[in-house]
Design a protein around this ligand. Structure first.
Ligand SMILES: Cc1ncc(COP(=O)(O)O)c(C=O)c1O
Length: 376
């Protein structure tokens, strides 16, 4: 059988280029706690992304949890059920009640038109997600937040390098959070970051990820240990040298997919958004069973039989997981679009080293199952 094609695969930098960084770490004998490579990565990332302040974390989940702490968020937070479970878990860890609001059908992000109806006197913030890296309707969300005195924390785990009208989406809201997990476009193996707008907030966040220490002797608040170490910072610095090439390759793969899928009835994909520089972090398709002839799950299984491991991100919906399903906002009738999309969506393999022959194989399997297949 051919080699398995997974939904993603990390693009590791050349090993010989990593060795000098390791030598530097060995010479420095500084392994963690805001080391020189950590500082360099924060600086280079801020420049690359076009943001003011960035604080690195050991993973995106701890960054989300700490972002909520940094803003003293309590009570209820409005969020989307259509995301990776860590989004809602970060609320739970802060003893905040998640209030799920449905998504909009086009780009599958939190629907601003439905937010206001979910606001109560206990609401303190909105936590939207730029799902698959497609920017939320940020101006509308900000207007609602301003009208009701709410904070906005973006889970931007998928939105590395994404810009709207040439401005990083990470500059919107009060805080944005990135994940640098191995599956992400830019990775430090495990890692993450919080993006903020003021030096004061950056210091606060830096302290929060270091047990709450300010200086050597003062602990201001019960912080956590969420520091990124020097070896991972080095990996990130090296990744950054290659990132522009990654984007070019991902865009090309996306365009191949779109071209080859466009005539298959019952398969929809998300087009580029106007004025947006995309990161092409995922390639989701939506399957209309009646028109395509097979359900999403049937296609998922058939791909698997062919050694192609697509993934059903984000199914099940967070609101249907055990810890959250009893919440009033988790009711099906409140989240009809998200529930439908969760049953229709399938993320196809996309990674820098995915070969054109592999894309053709994936397409051939999808076409072979189509009821109406105009172009074969
Ligand atoms: C939307 C979203 N939020 C949060 C996370 C959590 O990030 P991490 O795995 O770095 O903790 C992820 C992915 O892993 C994610 O996809």
């Amino acid at each position: 059988m051919n080699k398995p094609i997974t939904v993603t695969q990390p693009c590791l930098p050349p090993l010989d280029e990593f060795i000098p960084y390791l030598q530097q770490i060995w010479d420095n004998k500084w392994l963690t706690n805001n080391g020189p490579l950590h500082q360099q990565l924060e600086q280079e990332l801020a420049e690359y992304l076009g943001v003011k302040y960035i604080s690195l974390f050991s993973n995106g989940t701890l960054a989300l949890i700490s972002a909520l702490q940094a803003l003293n968020i309590t009570g209820e937070v409005i969020t989307t059920p259509f995301s990776f479970v860590a989004t809602t878990h970060s609320l739970w860890w802060n003893k905040i009640t998640p209030v799920f609001v449905d998504i909009e059908p086009e780009y599958l992000n939190l629907d601003p038109a439905k937010i206001e109806a979910a606001i109560t006197p206990n609401t303190t913030a909105i936590m939207p997600v730029h799902v698959y890296g497609n920017p939320c309707r940020m101006n509308e969300i900000q207007e609602i937040a301003d009208r009701h005195g709410l904070k906005v924390i973006y889970d931007a785990a998928h939105a590395f390098g994404v810009k709207k009208d040439d401005v990083s989406v990470l500059n919107y809201g009060d805080l944005s959070v990135l994940s640098f997990h191995a599956t992400k476009v830019f990775s430090t193996i495990e890692g993450g970051a919080i993006i903020c707008h003021t030096e004061e907030m950056k210091h606060h966040i830096d302290n929060l990820k270091n047990f709450g220490f300010r200086g050597e002797l003062v602990v201001e608040e019960p912080g956590i240990n969420a520091k990124l170490n020097e070896v991972q910072a080095a990996y990130g610095l090296l990744q950054l040298k290659y990132i522009d090439g990654f984007f070019v390759k991902r865009k090309a793969i996306t365009e191949h997919y779109r071209e080859m899928l466009k005539d298959i009835q019952g398969i929809r994909f998300l087009p580029d958004m106007e004025g947006v520089t995309h990161g092409y972090s995922y390639f989701p398709i939506l399957i209309d069973q009646d028109q395509y002839g097979k359900s999403r799950d049937e296609l998922y299984d058939i791909l698997k039989e062919n050694n192609i491991f697509a993934r059903r991100y984000f199914y099940p919906l967070i609101s249907n997981f055990e810890p959250y399903r009893e919440l009033p906002s988790a009711e099906l009738k409140n989240l009809s679009i998200a529930n439908r999309v969760a049953d229709e969506v399938l993320c196809l393999p996309i990674y820098v080293e995915l070969e054109i022959e592999e894309i053709m194989k994936i397409i051939a399997v999808i076409k072979s199952q189509a009821k109406v297949n105009i172009k074969t």
